[in-house]
Design a protein around this ligand. Structure first.
Ligand SMILES: [Zn+2]
Length: 432
């Protein structure tokens, strides 16, 4: 018997004897083997030949995985329901009914050809925490909720429905599964006609905690087991149109050409130069370009490219944008072209709560685990939940920083560590 198992077993015995466990919560640990077994079982549902899962929201595999998860939630002593937005809700009462719930959550849907860890670690981790509490008969002061959000990968739909609502017109759009969002929500047992009653207001939760794989390589490279997330970066997109003059590529001399693609190329280089000109974790990308007329023998008359900037501090993002805008205007003038920027997306950063960050770091320290603060470059349900209450996110390493791929991998020991930090953070927040 490992020491951890002994500790849990001993606490169970104490609990059975009615001894005051609430004074020794720091000794409680999750069952890593049970947690990793749940993850392995989830990996079978929608498994693809490459070793990952294709479990897109609103598909039959999604529905099957939710059935399995609901079973585990019940075993963990949670009272399970499906809210009108089709989120899975597991509740456990607290000793003080006047307190708002502390919510643990994540998602189990995947991208097509996804991996076995994104969302799934946080979902099974949250259920494991609930099952651990049930096993040692600890009653929290706050009600506990485990929320498994529907369709995170399709645009944090379930968490968005809770915090901001989904406009009726959006429900009629097609999701990745082929079903509309309305059909998908109904397919999973939700009620799209009563979506508004899934909404929650600011102050309806005491806190939201999410355990997640990093999906980047910083923790893995640094050999640090726990990431304390500073926030989820904001994302801004612009469609940039460069207009020159399309003309014969054989008869027009090189001097005096108004080549829209050449100007666009210089602008793309400028984006990279400006974004990397100061230290920081900001990223800027041009990931898409279209050229007109698009022929070997015609000088490009028009180039349209997509600019994306991501940063935790929106003022910094706008600062980079102003510099990029000015430099691209200059490059366009030099190249005899015009250039226009049109903003197409402005998703603001969502910061985690500073005191929850400190609690996560202290909980990790108490477990002998080193931590590193870092932003999340990927979107998460936590960014939606930040609208209605303080949020915290715990990252564990992703091997080689690979995610949204069947090659996504996190070590069982790291997953167990992450769940223990989640548990200890929950206990500390509850006691506050
Ligand atoms: Zn995720």
């Amino acid at each position: 018997m490992k020491r951890r198992e002994f500790t849990t077993a001993a606490l169970s015995t104490l609990a059975a004897a009615g001894l005051p466990l609430r004074f020794r919560p720091a000794a409680v640990r999750v069952d890593g083997a049970r947690l990793n077994a749940h993850l392995a079982a989830l990996a079978e549902i929608g498994k693809n030949p490459q070793g990952g899962v294709s479990r897109v929201a609103y598909t039959e595999f999604d529905r099957q995985a939710r059935e399995a998860v609901m079973g585990w939630m019940r075993t963990a002593g949670l009272e399970v329901s499906i809210d009108p937005a089709a989120n899975l809700v597991g509740r456990r009462p607290g000793s003080n009914p006047s307190l708002k719930p502390i919510v643990l959550g994540s998602h189990i849907d995947s991208v097509p050809m996804g991996g076995n860890y994104d969302g799934q670690v946080g979902s099974t981790g949250a259920i494991e925490v609930a099952e651990t509490l049930a096993g040692v008969a600890i009653t929290l002061r706050h009600p506990l909720e485990v929320l498994i959000f529907e369709n995170e990968e399709g645009g944090t739909i379930g968490s968005h429905a809770i915090t901001d609502g989904i406009p009726a017109a959006e429900l009629e759009q097609a999701s990745q599964s082929g079903k509309t969002f309305r059909e998908g929500i109904r397919f999973l047992g939700g009620d799209p006609d009563r979506l508004a009653s899934a909404r929650r207001s600011k102050g309806d939760i005491a806190a939201y905690l999410e355990l997640h794989i990093e999906q980047g390589g910083r923790l893995d490279q640094a050999g640090i087991p726990i990431g304390v997330v500073l926030g989820i970066v904001g994302i801004r997109h612009w469609e940039v149109t460069v207009e020159g003059f399309g003309n014969h590529a054989g008869t027009t001399p090189m001097k005096g050409r108004r080549d829209a693609l050449l100007v666009a190329a210089r602008c793309i280089d400028a984006v990279n130069r400006i974004v990397t000109s100061v230290p920081g974790r900001q990223v800027g990308t041009v990931g898409r370009i279209r050229v007109e007329p698009g022929a070997y023998n015609v000088i490009p008359g028009k180039a349209i490219f997509g600019l994306e900037l991501r940063e935790l501090d929106d003022a910094k993002t706008l600062g980079f944008y102003r510099r990029i805008h000015a430099e691209c205007q200059r490059l366009a003038r030099v190249g005899g072209c015009t250039i226009a920027f049109q903003e197409t997306l402005a998703s603001l950063p969502a910061l985690t709560d500073p005191s929850i960050r400190r609690t996560i770091a202290a909980s990790a320290r108490g477990l002998g685990l080193a931590t590193m603060e870092l932003p999340s470059g990927a979107g998460h349900d936590a960014q939606e939940m930040a609208r209605i209450g303080p949020v915290g996110m715990i990252f564990i390493p992703s091997k080689d920083g690979i995610s949204h791929s069947p090659r996504e991998y996190s070590k069982p020991a790291d997953i167990e560590n992450g769940a223990n930090v989640l548990l200890q953070t929950l206990l500390a927040l509850d006691a506050r």
